[in-house]
Design a protein around this ligand. Structure first.
Ligand SMILES: [Fe+2]
Ligand SMILES: [Fe+2]
Length: 212
């Protein structure tokens, strides 16, 4: 992941996809192990561990939903989940790593990472359009208040909706220099009570059951 984030070229993306394939196999075969993996990495260097956590949690949810369907390529999807924030490599690192609140201008730059990520994957030509859509839409919200396109409801691809639940959950349960981490229970309560408009309710409920 680190090599890929330093230089997101086609061959590195291919390499990451191979590694991700193996992790997806583990996640699908053993969800307890997957949850442990997420707990261990919640403390560590943020973007890399965040990518791994969101990849694992999304693959867990996608696996529960699509395991029996041949219409979904979980390995390909897994790569999209792991790489959802790849666009951050094109945002000023001072902004990505800034402690505390961003100015409106910095926020604007930060909000470009889904489009930048889409562009990186398009240029590399490695992953499917579905993967690129995950990257592009992972900050869209069910109620239409997300970004970059303010899509709402069914306009958001179900793969992206999976990724956005895992993304928010991992952000809440991770320790950052400027904030404490919430426990898994607290994070799920915050998502349910304060953020439920961001997600598809059935997907969120499925996610809760998976972590229970
Ligand atoms: Fe993101
Ligand atoms: Fe993220």
């Amino acid at each position: 992941m680190e090599r890929l984030f330093n230089d997101p070229k086609a061959e590195k993306i291919r390499e990451a996809k191979k590694g991700v394939s193996e992790i997806v196999d583990v996640v699908i075969a053993d969800s307890v192990m997957a949850k442990n993996l997420v707990n261990i990495t919640s403390y560590d260097f943020y973007t890399y561990t965040h990518s791994v956590n969101v990849g694992i949690l999304s693959a867990l949810l996608a696996g529960a939903l699509y395991r029996r369907s041949a219409a979904h390529d979980l390995h390909e999807l897994g790569a999209g989940f792991f790489l959802h924030d790849i666009g951050k490599v094109r945002v000023d690192p001072a902004i990505v790593n800034k402690q505390g609140a961003l100015t409106e201008e910095e926020m604007e730059q930060m909000r470009s990472h889904p489009c930048q990520g889409y562009a990186i994957l398009s240029e590399a030509g490695e992953l499917s359009e579905e993967c690129r859509i995950i990257v592009m839409q992972h900050h869209e919200r069910q109620d239409g208040n997300g970004y970059p396109k303010r899509l709402r409801g069914d306009e958001i691809h179900s793969y992206s909706r999976i990724c956005s639940i895992a993304d928010v959950y991992d952000a809440l349960t991770s320790e950052r220099s400027y904030k404490k981490r919430f426990t898994p229970f607290e994070a799920l309560m915050i998502m349910k009570e304060q953020m439920i408009d961001h997600f598809t309710t059935e997907l969120f409920e499925k996610f809760v059951l998976l972590l229970a």
